[in-house]
Design a protein. Structure first.
Length: 685
């Protein structure tokens, strides 16, 4: 409840906010005492946004002109929320306030000095698709080289160029660190990058990254512009400072160089976006960047129970590079988080499905429950189980596992083996090949039909020139190679072996060349191999996946509202959100932490921060699930050691739930609990 104190001044009534009454002690200290360079370490659920809004209101109440305040956020949504809440608090709109994302403020600044940097004042801004199209045009300069199957496509080049700009690293380092499989193409990639920059300038356009890089250049190289902005912005506030990249931190350093009143708010414990170029060092080294900086800590948590926070605090204590914080709960005590041991991914899925139904019976709506995972591929078995039980769910910020384009591509190849007359599968697989569009794909399919509909004979026929024009023959060669391998009778016919053949004979190359997140997509396909190991034949595998669509019409008992759905999300997508119940699956070595973090201290610490973020999304109930075995497409069934993030915890932080996995949950399994109903589970506490 907001409190207001009314004062009468010269016959007029002025409304002032009761800051002390509306804030806790730590928040009040930030709002009223943050002159000079200040770092606010805002723990999860500690009222970070509220503190920023009240600080802004405090400055305006002290008659600081709005034009002298700069508030920078990371999303337009956050900027709008802060402006709206500030207006509600003040009861008026502060005219002239500079607020918005880094890109928004950069655009506004560059418009004022466009002529000085060689651009028209009404320069255009390329969105992501415009940028990609221009890169495609630049690639034509290379001619045949850029048309090679293994050469990165425009979207991948776009990501490389963007990372280079935002991290301050050369393209050669970006390729070496993140795309080593393209190192042979570095001279051509560099040439495209340079030509792309020239094309933008010649056409009077900037892309999103230019709004930052040219803003930084302006501040560094034009004294009049630097003087104007550094003198104007007497108070600078930055939200989510732990997510800033190299170039954003440099801009803040310059802007704060005159008055020195810079307030950055963030949490080093929630810095999880290094793959986008974010540098946790920016927040960790803020006191070195700004000598004499004050450090405030917001440690009162209004979200989670004491038991959840005890576990999160314990985990984070294992990180060396951090500011020490200890979250204290305002919520009442409840039960301890549960460390749930299950047999495998199928038992894990069955446990989650049953627990969701039980919690719903207890009165918790499904949209107040979330299942979080380190990588999307971990959700495959769970999604199948939810569909079979008719439990509605939504994948936040993404697509359901079996509906992803790359998964559907692989399934299309397999469908051709089961039903060679499947025209849709022919068109999908053929149009994946460079140079083959729907028209040529249709002609190839018609040639197959007229040739006797013998797919084995067709893919072994070398007489394809009459149907496929010369420019498409290189692309067709990949389809031919994959299908030839798939129809070879000497190969094991089980689904997993077939999927591996698709990857090995050209599809993995297709992913690497076409997608910035190619490695994640390859992981998804590897998981499809693992998922398929329970099926002895291709028919049952495809039928189970295809028939999953027929379950969509079923609902759980009680007919939930249309908007009541269980939330499935990666941890990255879940940051900033909260639920009554959080279930964190796949907590075993090799899954979480991610294998790429092994042996790298900085990457392992970021993985631990991910675990911290996941845990602190929970308000009341937290389930940490560890499958004790998992199937590996290379090694078979292996014992799965529980995640080091569980090993590091004090056993007093959680209670152990043992799920009796002698009951079968995977396709074709049998066990002593076959007489139980679908929703039954044996749990020993």
């Amino acid at each position: 409840m907001k409190k207001y104190i009314l004062h009468e001044t010269e016959g007029k009534i002025e409304t002032h906010i009761d800051f002390r009454g509306n804030l806790n002690e730590q928040q009040y200290e930030v709002v009223t005492g943050s002159e000079g360079p200040c770092l606010v370490l805002a723990g999860a659920g500690s009222g970070k946004t509220r503190t920023l809004i009240y600080r802004l209101a405090y400055l305006l109440e002290r008659r600081v002109p709005p034009r002298n305040i700069l508030l920078m956020t990371f999303t337009n949504k956050a900027a709008r929320e802060m402006r709206d809440r500030t207006e509600m608090l003040l009861k008026y709109t502060p005219k002239g306030l500079w607020s918005g994302t880094f890109h928004h403020v950069g655009n506004r600044s560059l418009r004022m000095y466009a002529k000085e940097i060689g651009y028209p004042r009404d320069f255009g801004i390329l969105d992501q698709q415009d940028s990609r199209d221009l890169i495609k045009a630049c690639m034509k300069k290379l001619g045949r080289k850029a048309k090679e199957e293994r050469f990165p496509k425009a979207s991948v080049l776009q990501t490389m160029i963007s990372l280079s700009t935002n991290t301050g690293k050369g393209l050669d380092r970006i390729i070496e660190e993140r795309y080593p499989y393209f190192s042979n193409f570095f001279p051509e990639i560099k040439e495209i990058g340079e030509f792309y920059a020239k094309k933008k300038k010649d056409s009077g356009n900037m892309d999103y990254d230019d709004l930052l890089s040219k803003w930084k250049w302006l501040l560094e190289n034009l004294p009049s512009a630097r003087r104007r902005f550094t003198e104007q912005f007497r108070y600078i506030m930055v939200d989510e400072y732990q997510d800033t990249n190299y170039i954003q931190a440099e801009i803040i350093d310059i802007l704060a160089g005159h008055h020195g009143n810079v307030l950055v708010v963030g949490d080093d414990a929630q810095s999880i976006y290094s793959f986008r170029g974010a540098k946790v060092e920016n927040i960790l080294k803020f006191p070195q960047r700004f000598k004499g900086a004050k450090i405030f800590k917001l440690e009162t948590n209004y979200r989670s129970t004491p038991e959840i926070l005890a576990l999160a605090n314990d985990s984070l204590a294992n990180n060396i590079n951090q500011f020490e914080k200890h979250l204290k709960a305002m919520c009442p005590s409840l039960e301890k988080p549960a460390m749930v041991r299950v047999k495998d991914a199928y038992s894990q899925a069955a446990f989650i499905a049953q627990r969701v139904l039980e919690l719903r019976e207890e009165g918790i709506e499904m949209n107040d429950m979330a299942v979080l995972f380190r990588a999307h591929y971990q959700s495959a078995e769970l999604e199948m189980e939810l569909v079979k039980r008719g439990i509605p769910y939504v994948v936040r910020g993404g697509i359901r596992f079996f509906e992803q384009a790359h998964v559907k591509d692989v399934l299309a190849y397999l469908k051709l083996l089961v039903n060679p007359a499947d025209e849709i599968a022919w068109i999908r697989t053929l149009t994946l090949c460079p140079g083959i569009g729907p028209g040529y794909a249709e002609k190839i399919y018609e040639a197959y039909r007229k040739g006797g509909r013998d797919i084995v004979a067709f893919v072994r026929s070398e007489n394809i020139a009459a149907i496929v024009p010369r420019k498409a023959q290189a692309g067709y060669a990949r389809f031919h190679k994959i299908m030839k391998a798939l129809t070879d009778p000497s190969f094991d016919p089980v689904p997993g072996e077939r999927i591996e053949l698709i990857l090995e004979n050209g599809y993995e190359t297709h992913l690497l060349a076409n997608f910035e997140n190619a490695k994640d997509r390859v992981d998804d396909i590897r998981e499809l191999v693992n998922f398929s190991h329970e099926y002895g034949d291709l028919n049952s595998f495809l039928n189970d996946i295809t028939l999953r669509e027929s379950f969509k019409g079923e609902t759980i008992a009680g007919e939930p509202e249309d908007d009541e759905q269980l939330v499935l999300s990666t941890i990255h997508q879940a940051k900033g959100l909260e639920w009554e119940v959080v279930m964190l699956l796949g907590l075993c070595e090799g899954q979480f932490p991610h294998p790429k973090a092994m042996g790298e201290e900085a990457e392992m610490e970021e993985e631990r921060r991910l675990f911290y973020v996941a845990s602190t999304r929970a308000k009341k109930y937290l389930y940490l699930i560890h499958p004790v075995t998992r199937f590996d497409y290379q090694k078979g069934t292996v014992i799965s050691r529980r995640s080091r993030f569980l090993e590091e915890l004090d056993p007093e932080d959680y209670e152990i739930w043992e799920v009796d996995s002698s009951r079968a949950f995977g396709p074709g399994r049998e066990g002593p609990y076959d007489d139980l109903e679908d929703d039954d589970m044996v749990i020993e506490l």
